[in-house]
Ligand binder design. Structure first.
Ligand code: NAP
Length: 238
């Protein structure tokens, strides 16, 4: 899908990667970007193409209202995500449920809510699920979060054949660590969110079903393509 002329919606757009995705979409020539956030007062505006939109992805009534308000969307970017559950033996059930509620069920609910909108896009439509490298192999230090992102990847695969028949592409962005609030306490190399956002959109333009938008992701892709076991071992050794 071409970003130029698209009408995009980005969830969780008030900070981090979501904010960078809004900027990258504008830079790449999107006609309009719905900047969705739980608190719209924190959305960066200033460009007349940005339309702030209230959307908590765990609230069905807000999803329905957003789909009514944004009936011209052609590119849905499911970026909203949380990371609460770390080691699976020590994380609380509540922390794991929060990660699954947002990363899996929230993402799926937004897709279902926007399907009637995407189906009627004249030249076809696309969905990008912002997942993670840990969708493909668990990082044990973030085992609960990894499980939620793996489930979201599986759902992305489940949807692909049916959505293809409706002329909707569904793509998985699989970044490594990004320099945002989510991993601010992790002392590891991280990629700038602006670079990740631009690389995600380049992958969308190429129609890549799996987008590896940063140097670590590309390195891990090599292992994963060779053998998923190698990726598992590499994460276990981190
Ligand atoms: N940072 C990384 O290293 C990394 C790596 C791979 C993938 N990712 C993925 O990239 C995406 C963006 O993460 P980030 O790094 O930008 O994290 P972030 O800085 O923590 O931002 C997360 C965003 O998601 C929003 N959000 C959380 N729950 C929501 C809900 N129920 N409804 C609507 N919005 C909600 C937050 O809104 P509030 O401000 O209201 O909390 C915030 O805007 C996530 O899906 C994350 O899993 C991140």
């Amino acid at each position: 899908m071409k970003i130029q002329g698209s009408v995009a919606l980005v969830t969780g757009s008030n900070r981090g990667l979501g904010r960078a995705l809004v900027s990258a979409l504008l830079e790449a020539g999107a006609d309009k970007v719905y900047a969705a956030a739980r608190d719209v007062s924190r959305v960066a505006s200033g460009d007349p193409r940005v339309v702030p939109l209230a959307l908590d992805t765990s609230k069905p009534e807000q999803i329905a209202a957003a789909a009514r308000a944004a009936g011209d969307v052609t590119l849905l970017v499911n970026n909203a995500g949380v990371s609460n559950s770390m080691n699976v033996l020590t994380a609380s059930q509540a922390a794991m449920e929060t990660d699954f509620r947002t990363n899996v069920f929230g993402t799926l609910a937004v897709i279902k809510g926007f399907l009637p909108v995407l189906e009627i896009a004249r030249d076809g439509a696309a969905i990008v699920n912002v997942l993670s490298l840990v969708s493909l192999g668990s990082f044990p230090a973030m085992g609960g979060y990894s499980a939620s992102k793996a489930a979201a990847y599986s759902i992305t695969q489940s949807l692909r054949p049916e959505l293809r028949r409706k002329r909707i592409e569904i793509l998985a962005a699989l970044p490594g660590p990004i320099d945002t609030d989510m991993v601010k306490d992790l002392p590891i190399p991280k990629t700038n969110p602006v670079d990740v956002a631009r690389a995600v959109l380049a992958g969308v333009e190429r129609g890549e079903e799996e987008i590896f938008p940063d140097p670590m992701a590309q390195q891990m892709r090599t292992l994963w393509s060779r053998s998923p076991k190698e990726l598992e071992r590499a994460f276990a050794a981190l």
